[in-house]
Design a protein around this ligand. Structure first.
Ligand SMILES: C[S@@+](CC[C@H](N)C(=O)[O-])C[C@H]1O[C@@H](n2cnc3c(N)ncnc32)[C@H](O)[C@@H]1O
Length: 281
């Protein structure tokens, strides 16, 4: 039986995991990456045959390419296409565990609703949601991430869908929208542990989450929907949920989910991949 917090993508598989690594397939490419939560033993590490391997030595990470990658390297999800690439911090341009949130937003938001996607990276959430007729404003500090997002919109043949791609610091953008009294029906945020805005603005999850949530109060419509995703620091759901609860004490509903990936191996082990708190005002 499928559980709503376990992502399912036809073109992605978590093949196996363990020994602090995960072995995955993104489209036609098999990838091994470090994974600090994979405390267990793999089902069959001897059978792993990756095209690329990401290893980490202290803070330094390196990709080792064993076989040439397709160019472009793409992954499809339903009718959408995303381009993948080997990026810093072991990223490949897509976070498959987020698919449950993309689907949730698509279900919850009516056509014509507005979504602000903060720290939106290469745009998977924005593109999935925009295909349902939702008007998306996508904000990320990284110009290359925004360029990749626009390319993904094109590859997915959704050029006419309403997505405004904005290079900005998340906090600065939210405060500016508050001054303009611009309201959103939903806000999604997936902040990293640490980041910099385009003008060097510092983002630090532990100290900046509550101030950002407070700033969002001014731009979330009555009965609006807020999704806060947290992966980087391995916080338990209750920590994020209580941060949301203290800023939005009158929310009509707050729920937390643990995002999981399931191995396609015989044993089907689960790999935790962060938490999402969903609050309805
Ligand atoms: C964890 S990724 C988000 C993943 C994305 N939600 C997804 O599922 O594809 C974090 C993103 O935050 C961006 N970022 C870091 N600091 C930022 C800041 N101060 N303002 C806006 N974006 C920032 C990074 O460029 C990166 O793309």
């Amino acid at each position: 039986m499928s559980t709503p917090n376990i992502a399912k993508l036809n073109d992605y598989e978590l093949l196996d995991s363990g020994h602090l690594k995960k072995y995955e397939r993104f489209g036609s490419v098999q990838v091994v990456r470090t994974e600090p939560l994979a405390l267990w033993v793999p089902e069959d590490e001897a059978a792993w045959d990756p095209d690329v391997i990401y290893t980490q030595d202290g803070r330094e990470g390196t990709w080792k390419i064993k076989r040439d990658l397709p160019n472009p390297w793409t992954l499809s999800w339903n009718k959408l296409t995303f381009r993948l690439r080997l990026a810093s911090f072991k990223h490949v341009g897509l976070f498959p565990e987020q698919a449950v949130n993309w689907e949730y937003l698509g279900r919850e938001l009516p056509r014509g609703a507005s979504l602000l996607n903060l720290f939106g990276y290469t745009g998977a959430a924005s593109i999935v949601v925009a295909q349902h007729g939702i008007e998306v404003v996508h904000v990320d500090a990284s110009k290359p991430a925004i360029t990749a997002g626009k390319e993904n919109q094109k590859l997915s043949r959704l050029e006419t869908a309403s997505i405004r791609w904005i290079v900005d610091d998340a906090m600065t953008f939210v405060k500016r929208e508050a001054r303009r009294a611009h309201l959103y029906d939903a806000i999604l945020m997936d902040p990293p542990a640490f980041g910099r805005g385009p003008d060097g603005e510092l983002w630090q999850f532990e100290t900046d989450l509550v101030p950002l949530l407070r700033a969002c109060q001014a731009i979330l419509a009555p009965r609006g929907l807020l999704l806060v995703n947290a992966y980087a620091l391995g916080f338990p759901a209750v920590a994020i949920e209580q941060a949301v609860r203290c800023v939005f004490p009158n929310a009509s509903r707050i729920e937390s989910i643990e995002l999981l990936l399931r191995e396609s191996s015989r044993r089907g082990f689960l790999l935790p991949a962060g938490v999402t708190v969903r609050a309805r005002l």
